[in-house]
Design a protein around this ligand. Structure first.
Ligand SMILES: NC(=O)c1ccc[n+]([C@@H]2O[C@H](COP(=O)([O-])OP(=O)(O)OC[C@H]3O[C@@H](n4cnc5c(N)ncnc54)[C@H](O)[C@@H]3O)[C@@H](O)[C@H]2O)c1
Ligand SMILES: O=C(O)[C@H](O)[C@H](O)COP(=O)(O)O
Length: 374
């Protein structure tokens, strides 16, 4: 059994080696010839999986992407060849939410905002968006949600604001849709010259979904045309790895598509594909994530009775501060390149890796994902 896996897939050897020989490849450069004898193919978001990559391979049984987004995989083609497919829904949702929270705390400090005065619009309320809404609500912040697909399903307790109204009302907008070009609600260039013109002049924009959800050229026009600057956080860019670097001076936080790259988020993606493969091959699951994850640098922390909401961001910063990733990006983009930054990403542990003890642990800390000491 030959298992071909992207070289940036943590723990792939540890999980998969009892199922077959694991061969690693460069996901951006892999060719059809390299994959000709693969039985199983495990990719990340940088590999376009389609007929031209797979036509010469006649053995392939399974393709898995250790990511939430799936727009790089031609699923209709895989189905036409009876090749099973799996993605990793939700695997790094917590990681993306921690990225957005860190960005909000940074912007609030930098511009001296009171987040409690702001209305935060969340566009796309699936795994990531709904987790973000839960965390923001736990922190007592005002949230608007836009998800026309969920609205159409008439979920009774889902309060939808249409995109145009959300643009007019929000002080901060965070995007969490998949990248889609077709259907009734395509998300490509959802934020374009027209919708940018509807925003409040100082409405902040956060994009940790896919670069193409925002028309980057229109964003640059918006940011350069006005006397008043809006705050912008971009983790994802159109045409990665060739980003529109003219945007950089106007962007408060710029990162290399790493919002989902926590240790746990990436490893969970590998684990989800491993479990699916075991099922497909009729093999027992031998490994669980907790057996393979490295011990975090900090494990336990005592919360005192004086802990309050203003202390949350200090606690979170023990684990993650998005300014680190912005600094790496600005320092390394032109010298080392976008993919190098991603490949050498320093370990980042999720909130759950820190166990809290104390007589009373505020519920909002558990809602944010911190865990209780045993
Ligand atoms: N930056 C990163 O590192 C990173 C990490 C993980 C995921 N992502 C991106 O985030 C996306 C969302 O992830 P998720 O786990 O929440 O996915 P999900 O499928 O659980 O949820 C997406 C939601 O967006 C909604 N949606 C679709 N089109 C919309 C539109 N035009 N307007 C408003 N809502 C729309 C859907 O109805 C759905 O509820 C992924 O598809 C991926 O592209 C980025
Ligand atoms: O869709 C996802 O899950 C994320 O965008 C993912 O974190 C992207 O990381 P990559 O696969 O490019 O390493």
């Amino acid at each position: 059994m030959k298992i071909y896996a992207d070289e940036n897939m943590p723990l792939v050897q540890a999980f998969f080696q009892h199922l077959g020989e694991v061969v690693l490849f460069d996901g951006r450069k892999v060719t059809a010839t390299e994959l000709a004898d693969a039985d199983i193919l495990l990719v990340r978001s940088v590999t376009t999986v389609n007929a031209s990559l797979l036509d010469t391979n006649t053995k392939l049984r399974f393709v898995g992407t250790a990511t939430i987004g799936t727009e790089h995989v031609d699923q209709a083609y895989l189905a036409s060849r009876n090749i099973a497919f799996a993605s990793a829904p939700g695997c790094n949702a917590q990681s993306v939410v921690e990225y957005v929270l860190s960005s909000l705390w940074y912007l609030a400090e930098h511009y001296q905002w009171q987040l409690s005065d702001k209305t935060i619009g969340v566009v796309g309320v699936g795994n990531i968006g709904s987790l973000l809404v839960r965390c923001l609500t736990a922190l007592g912040l005002k949230v608007l949600q836009c998800d026309p697909l969920r609205h159409e399903e008439a979920e009774s307790n889902f309060f939808h604001t249409d995109f145009n109204s959300l643009c007019q009302q929000a002080d901060i907008i965070s995007f969490h849709t998949p990248l889609t070009q077709e259907g009734k609600w395509p998300s490509r260039h959802l934020l374009n010259a027209r919708s940018l013109a509807r925003l409040k002049p100082d409405c902040a924009i956060i994009n940790a979904s896919r670069g193409g959800v925002i028309d980057n050229a229109a964003l640059l026009d918006d940011l350069t045309a006005k006397a008043q600057r809006r705050a912008v956080v971009l983790d994802v860019w159109e045409n990665e790895p060739d980003v529109l670097s003219a945007l950089l001076p106007y962007v408060d936080i710029a990162t290399a598509h790493i919002a989902g790259h926590s240790v746990e988020g990436k490893a969970r993606g590998t684990q989800m594909l491993y479990q699916r493969c075991c099922e497909l091959l009729g093999q027992p699951v031998q490994w669980q994530l907790q057996q393979l994850l490295a011990q975090p640098a900090m494990e336990k922390l005592q919360i005192s009775a004086n802990f309050g909401l203003p202390d949350v961001q200090n606690l979170a910063r023990l684990l993650y501060d998005v300014r680190r990733d912005d600094a790496i990006f600005r320092h390394a983009l032109s010298v080392k390149g976008f993919d190098w930054i991603r490949k050498t990403y320093p370990p980042r542990r999720e909130f759950s890796s820190l166990q809290l003890s104390g007589k009373v642990i505020p519920d909002y800390l558990l809602q944010l994902g911190f865990s209780l000491a045993q």
